[in-house]
Design a protein around this ligand. Structure first.
Ligand code: ADP
Length: 409
């Protein structure tokens, strides 16, 4: 029912939503960051990246869910040794499995015949995806990692439509040019749907000989990296072909957990780090992330109203841009600049052009955080209403108290 139909006296936005949409929104409302993992085609390591990303975030103490909606080969049950398990219900909802604190649900564990699902027609898949998302009770999560069907067709589109407010996408490719062409389409797919691209992962990039350690470029390496730079999206890193990664997947042992000390695990770590930074609520952890960016000076952007932090960055009067010495915490310069008129997605690009490394804000929505991450800007939310110098001082001392991510818009 729209507002017009009740005389326009209603204070709601006027959007009529279906029961399904409302149910999906309610189910996902307690999840802070929803990250979809996409690939131009199957077999490039999308599920491997999704699984290891989820496990790595969980190992960092984050509350994480992993949702496998890849009809073509729900491989996550195998990768986490859950193949023989069956999902259970608590009477009103499906309960995810817990593997060392990580919550996991796979469409392969929910439908009787995963092979048959591949030939389902579009509407059936849409219904299945909606039902699947609607029926699982995740509870409170910092991250939900979604292993999407491959490609840019109806299936990933349905997933993106059902899960409305995705924080962003991680796009997986292999380095050879055919795969890179496919993934270019994935990046365009995200642009069309307004989904921030958190970054591109170049998987199977070179082979490290287990005996002599020599790196052989089986496919021409660097294709994914070049494409990311051409399309102006972040490059998250390369992961080599490592037989141990394949064996770990086959044995149901998440690689980054069981082989945490290896060089390949370090490659995964690099890929995970900007995603982890999305949930950096405390100044100390953000400082670590900024340090990794190199250079002696960091540029911190703070949205302001009447000289103090504005809780709604999108409608602030000014941005204070402070250049701060990373070692001493001294403010070297400050400039207050007027942002362009409010338009979705514009501020992250504008602040990236101003070379901001970090934004310290009061409240910020999921999508906006993803857009800043897409621009390589680290986000700290929940900062108090105070003068920019005081905020920066506390931030550099590691004493910035960050509360809830409240947006007063
Ligand atoms: P997708 O989800 O894109 O179809 P998968 O993640 O299922 O791809 O990976 C396909 C196969 O390749 C799996 O057997 C997996 O273990 C293996 N694999 C993925 N990445 C690597 C890697 N970097 N090194 C070795 N094997 C890998």
């Amino acid at each position: 029912m729209s507002c017009e139909s009740n005389g326009g006296g209603c204070s709601c936005s006027g959007d009529a939503v279906s029961d399904d949409t409302a149910a999906v929104r309610a189910r996902l409302s307690k999840i802070k960051h929803k990250v979809i993992v996409l690939s131009g085609k199957g077999g490039v390591g999308k599920s491997t990246v999704a699984t290891n990303l989820a496990v790595a975030l969980s190992s960092e103490g984050k509350r994480v869910g992993l949702m496998d909606v890849d009809f073509h080969g729900p491989s996550i049950p195998g990768m986490l040794n859950l193949k023989k398990e069956k999902l259970t219900s608590n009477g009103s909802a499906v309960v995810p499995f817990e593997v060392a604190g990580l919550k996991v649900v796979s469409i392969g564990l929910l439908i009787d015949d995963a092979d048959a699902a591949v030939i389902w027609r579009g509407p059936m898949k849409m219904t299945a995806i909606t039902q699947f998302v609607k029926d699982v009770e995740w509870g409170e999560l910092d991250y939900l990692i979604i292993d999407s069907p491959p490609g840019t067709g109806d299936e990933p589109l349905s997933v993106c439509q059902v899960i409305e407010d995705l924080s962003g996408a991680v796009v997986v490719t292999t380095p050879q040019s055919v795969a890179v062409d496919d993934v270019r389409r994935s990046v365009n797919f995200c642009h069309q749907l307004n989904i921030p691209v958190l970054g591109v992962v170049e998987n199977m990039s070179g082979f490290v000989c287990p005996k002599c350690g020599e790196l052989t470029e089986i496919f021409k390496s660097g294709g994914g990296e070049k494409m990311a730079s051409e399309m102006k999206v972040p490059f998250l890193g390369k992961i080599p072909i490592d037989p141990q990664i394949a064996h770990a997947g086959d044995d149901g042992k998440p690689y980054v957990y069981h082989f945490a000390k290896t060089e390949s695990a370090k490659c995964f770590e690099k890929v995970v780090s900007p995603i982890l930074a999305m949930d950096v609520m405390n100044g100390k952890a953000a400082a670590e992330q900024v340090k990794e960016k190199g250079g002696n000076v960091m540029r911190i952007a703070i949205p302001m109203v009447e000289g103090k932090l504005s809780n709604h960055f999108g409608h602030c009067e000014k941005f204070a841009l402070l250049d701060v010495n990373k070692d001493t915490g001294a403010v070297e310069s400050r400039e207050d600049i007027t942002p362009p008129p409010h338009e979705p997605g514009l501020l992250p690009k504008w602040l990236a052009e101003k070379n901001a490394d970090l934004i310290i804000a009061g409240g910020m929505g999921n999508r906006a955080q993803g857009l800043f991450t897409e621009q390589g800007i680290i986000v700290v939310t929940g900062a108090p209403v105070d003068e920019p110098e005081n905020i920066v001082k506390a931030y550099c001392a590691g004493t910035l108290v960050t509360g809830d991510n409240l947006c007063d818009h």
